[in-house]
Write a protein that binds this ligand. Structure first.
Ligand SMILES: [Zn+2]
Length: 204
């Protein structure tokens, strides 16, 4: 029985590099590894692009209302599926991956962020944490040197806490931060919910 894998991490954990190298390992030996990317991730268009300059054309650009299984009917002899930006999969698409791995016996290797800029699980990540056979954390490093688990959003180079989960066309960037730095740099100054809790913990 094939497995569903979820390799998750914060920004700059090298996820897309692994997508490209994993696909290369299969395809260079004459096997067929399909690269899939949710279309909601518009950066790079038809390509997966790593921050260090590597890129690779995707085989399937998956819209949120698409059935993955309909696309796969166009292919034969698939060795495995490699999914980048898997945090953007819908729950239904994750369930399709359960069917593809368990019924069709094709492994699916997913790469994605675990949490959004507020520290909340993405829909796809939440479903993958529940359904994946194998969970593996890819490490990225906070500016303080500790392991980063959060993705703090910056707009015009300032941290923000409010806003939509997905921004399109804004001047935003993301910093991988550890728990302590996320609390000090983002939650304490910008989260009203956190401030209300934190104020009660400060001794008179
Ligand atoms: Zn830190």
């Amino acid at each position: 029985m094939a497995k569903l894998y979820f390799n998750y991490g914060a920004m700059s954990a090298g996820k897309t590099i692994e997508v490209i190298t994993t696909a290369y390992k299969y395809n260079s030996k004459g096997m067929k590894a399909l690269i899939i990317k949710p279309a909601i991730d518009t950066k790079g268009g038809n390509f997966v692009c790593s921050r260090i300059g590597m890129s690779q054309k995707v085989d399937i650009l998956l819209k949120s209302d698409d059935n993955l299984i309909d696309y796969l009917k166009n292919y034969s002899d698939i060795t495995c599926l490699i999914i980048d930006e898997a945090q953007f999969l819908t729950e239904k698409q994750v369930l399709e991956l359960v069917i593809i791995t368990k019924d069709w016996n094709i492994p699916a290797i997913c790469y994605g962020l675990k949490v959004d800029f507020q520290g909340k699980l993405f829909t796809g990540s939440e479903a993958l944490i529940r359904y994946a056979d194998d969970l593996n954390e890819l490490v990225s490093i906070c500016a303080c040197g500790k392991k980063a688990r959060f993705n703090a959003r910056k707009v015009n180079n300032k941290y923000v806490f409010d806003g939509n989960q997905i921004l399109i066309g804004e001047d935003e960037s993301y910093d991988p931060l550890c728990e302590t730095c996320f609390m000090n740099k983002v939650l304490k100054p910008y989260s009203k919910q956190f401030q209300a809790i934190y104020d009660k913990t400060v001794k008179e």
